[in-house]
Design a protein around this ligand. Structure first.
Ligand code: HAM
Length: 425
């Protein structure tokens, strides 16, 4: 019989690996709190229309990567491929604008894209991210970028590169589009079929093509930053000044356009040399027209999202411990039936006192129990046999230094606490 296997591009996250995830999630929550962002959780599936309108029909995500299906009511449903459109939908639907002029929201969420799986590219992956809705201030852009770096710093990630660009606004874009099309048109036949397809409606995405001959043809393409109107220029300059003031170094990349259609003004990506071909750990930017596109009143907004799997890959490459503490504090080892009866009470007491505690569940010999305690890297073993019961004490084994001593029942918790936190003793 064929055994059932998980879907290509998905992962099981188990045991110690989960602890690394929890450590990352805890760091994210702590930093988000410091920056005064509050959490939002949205459904795993949404109306397909949300993404088609929000992200753009011609983007790779919408045209070929979405998990879309008809439900029993013949409604078109899509498993969310990103969080920005759902956050904007929830913002409008829950009238968050009426509660506060600026809404600062963060999320940690699974997402789904039917891409070709490879290292760092999955079909179910996870992002953490943040969105600031209601502010056009360039400082909101700066805060978003600083926030992403604050999470990486808290986890100890280093050597990340920030690239930024401005893609202008609705006034700059049509003018530039014509200039770019004029540059591309004479060579259009030499571009890849995807780019030829993008030429009419979305020529800016041609700048993002990774195809070798397209990259070569694009080398001298006109740059949008050189055709920005005054308003966009000022915004971009203020973002750069803000980043400098915040002590973040960055590189300007005039051809950075990103793969989603909703961006205006600032776009950015953070990459790591410790990742392979899929080297973007974070992407984001401003999206001042998305709220309107989804039926709301114009609301300036900016955000970022960062891939958690990629973040963990960088952490592993950089040997960061991520404080995933899997060590056991106490292994409680009973010997004989009489001792066994006392175990549930002591398990409860030790766990209530905050010790990560385990006992033997297989009726093993003392030797086998010691082996198990070692396997789980227990700091302490508390031995309870007939003799100990009689004397109302444990035999305490200090596993790291290989010593043992008698430990009266009534001193057990405080003594263990002193051993774990000597400065409090
Ligand atoms: P994105 O560039 O599509 O932007 O994704 C952001 C990050 O998610 C990427 O830099 C990468 O780390 C991770 N990621 C994307 N696809 C995959 C995948 N298939 N497997 C593993 N990791 C992946 C967005 O999603 C925008 N919503 C970002 C944003 C927020 N813009 C404004 N606000």
């Amino acid at each position: 019989m064929n055994s059932i296997r998980r879907i290509k591009g998905t992962q099981d996250i188990i045991g110690p690996e989960c602890e690394r995830w929890v450590a990352v999630e805890t760091a994210i929550r702590k930093v988000m709190r410091l920056y005064n962002f509050s959490e939002i959780r949205t459904p795993v599936f949404e109306s397909t229309e949300l993404f088609a309108r929000g992200i753009g029909q011609l983007t790779d995500i919408v045209s070929k990567e979405m998990y879309t299906f008809l439900d029993r009511g013949k409604k078109q449903i899509t498993l969310k491929p990103e969080m920005t459109a759902p956050v904007v939908r929830a913002y409008l639907e829950n009238k968050l604008y009426a509660k506060s002029p600026v809404n600062k929201l963060f999320y940690i969420s699974p997402l789904f894209r039917q891409e070709n799986p490879q290292a760092g590219r999955l079909r179910q992956f996870h992002q953490f991210g943040a969105e600031t809705l209601g502010s056009a201030d360039p400082y909101a852009d700066v805060e978003i970028i600083v926030l992403a770096f604050a999470v990486y710093e808290r986890l100890g990630l280093h050597g990340l590169q920030l690239r930024i660009n401005s893609v202008g606004d609705a006034e700059d874009r049509p003018k530039y589009k014509k200039i770019l099309q004029d540059y591309i048109r004479p060579h259009l036949n030499s571009y890849c079929p995807d780019c030829q397809h993008r030429f009419e409606n979305n020529p800016m995405r041609i700048l993002d093509c990774k195809n070798e001959s397209c990259v070569r043809l694009n080398r001298n393409a006109p740059k949008l930053v050189e055709h920005l109107g005054e308003k966009s220029q000022t915004h971009y300059m203020q973002v750069k000044e803000g980043l400098q003031a915040a002590g973040l170094s960055f590189e300007e990349d005039p051809y950075l356009v990103r793969g989603l259609d909703y961006y205006t003004h600032t776009v950015f990506e953070i990459t790591s040399g410790d990742l392979g071909a899929q080297n973007a750990i974070c992407g984001g930017g401003r999206y001042d027209y998305l709220t309107e596109e989804l039926g709301g009143t114009p609301t300036p907004a900016v955000g970022f999202a960062s891939g958690i799997e990629r973040l963990l890959m960088v952490a592993e490459k950089q040997n960061l411990p991520l404080s995933g503490e899997s060590r056991l504090d106490v292994f409680l080892a009973p010997l004989g039936e009489a001792a066994r009866k006392h175990i549930p009470v002591w398990l409860k007491k030790l766990r209530q006192a905050g010790f990560k505690t385990e006992t033997d569940l297989l009726g093993r010999s003392l030797k086998a129990q010691m082996r198990e305690a070692n396997r789980q890297s227990a700091r302490f073993v508390l031995l309870l046999g007939e003799d100990e019961l009689h004397k109302q004490e444990f035999t305490l084994k200090l596993m790291d230094i290989g010593e043992q001593k008698a430990l009266p029942f009534n001193q057990a918790i405080t003594t263990l606490q002193q051993h774990l936190n000597p400065e409090n003793g």
